[in-house]
Design a protein around this ligand. Structure first.
Ligand SMILES: C[S@@+](CC[C@H](N)C(=O)[O-])C[C@H]1O[C@@H](n2cnc3c(N)ncnc32)[C@H](O)[C@@H]1O
Length: 286
């Protein structure tokens, strides 16, 4: 199912393969909170909004009905094609293939800019230089007073044993690798503050990230279509995936996997499955 000659922006996942089955396995969590933040930015129907790295358009498809103009920039051709197919050719949506590290929009253009589960794809280096480029582009293209809304995960949520994703317990080496791709929330907020973003808020988004079956049926994680939609598998060798599969099967046989699922879901109830950070571009600084 490889489609490797198409454009792809992630630093390590080939999303042109992933998107063939992405919608089946994922849910757009935090939509309610995202809409809330948009309405605090201004009357939603007056807003010009950008989504960066929109994937197959799960968020955009909803947001478009609330705002005046919806723009999207996505790094994968397959994602763009899937979103276009889903959304159709509606008047207020403009989607483009592009890179959020260098946006093709003039300064002070957007009332709000959102990225959902994208930041961990920007960098392979631990000092997150591309994250800084992304934030600078957000600053440049947002209007003064505009909102930046980021959906990502904390290190606590990603912890293989005590975090919120039960399957990470069965692939702890890869879980450590993926956690390293996620900027720690304190580093992210410091970088935002350094650039002049203000009114920074941390919100626990409601809803779940994976399809409902992930939370009740561990055999889902053994299925290739599920494995293709979780970035942790992009960072695992075939041998590691085989070992994880074996460990999950053993856990299903002795029942321990259900204990792990219960623990992880309990933790998710406490701290959520993701973190949403919102901030404003100050009105008095360019
Ligand atoms: C985990 S997916 C999330 C997709 C979508 N936001 C969602 O939550 O359903 C990450 C997305 O970010 C996109 N992406 C990664 N780096 C990018 C970049 N530098 N510019 C544009 N898109 C990028 C990938 O192509 C992929 O669609």
């Amino acid at each position: 199912m490889g489609d490797t000659d198409k454009t792809n922006a992630s630093a390590y996942c080939n999303y042109n393969d992933v998107f063939l089955l992405y919608d089946k396995n994922r849910q757009p969590n935090g939509l309610t909170e995202l809409l809330d933040i948009l309405s605090q930015t201004g009357p939603a129907e007056t807003l010009t909004v950008l989504e960066g790295g929109f994937g197959t358009g799960a968020y955009l498809n909803i947001l478009q009905h609330h705002v005046k103009a919806m723009y999207g920039v996505e790094g994968s051709e397959q994602g763009l094609a899937a979103a276009r197919q889903k959304i159709g050719d509606t008047g207020n949506v403009r989607l483009a293939l592009g890179n959020i590290l260098g946006l093709d929009f003039r300064e002070n253009f957007f009332d709000a800019y959102t990225v959902n589960q994208v930041l961990h794809h920007l960098d392979t280096s631990l000092d997150f230089p591309n994250l800084t480029l992304f934030l600078k582009e957000a600053w440049r293209t947002l209007k003064p007073g505009g909102s930046l809304i980021i959906n990502t995960c904390s290190q606590e949520q990603l912890h293989p044993l005590t975090g919120v994703y039960w399957s990470y317990a069965y692939m702890d080496a890869a879980a450590a690798r993926i956690a390293a791709r996620y900027v720690p929330i304190e580093t992210l907020t410091r970088k935002m503050t350094d650039l002049g973003f203000m009114d920074i808020k941390h919100i626990v988004p409601s809803g779940r990230l994976f399809e409902e079956r992930y939370y009740s049926d561990p055999s889902l994680v053994l299925e290739p279509h599920f494995q293709s939609s979780d970035s942790i598998f992009c960072l695992s060798s075939p041998k590691e995936i085989e070992q994880a599969d074996e460990r999950i099967r053993a856990g299903m046989e002795d029942g321990s996997v259900y204990e792990q699922m219960k623990r992880s879901m309990g933790k998710a109830q406490e701290i959520g499955e993701a973190v949403m950070i919102s901030a404003r571009k100050s009105r008095d600084k360019d």
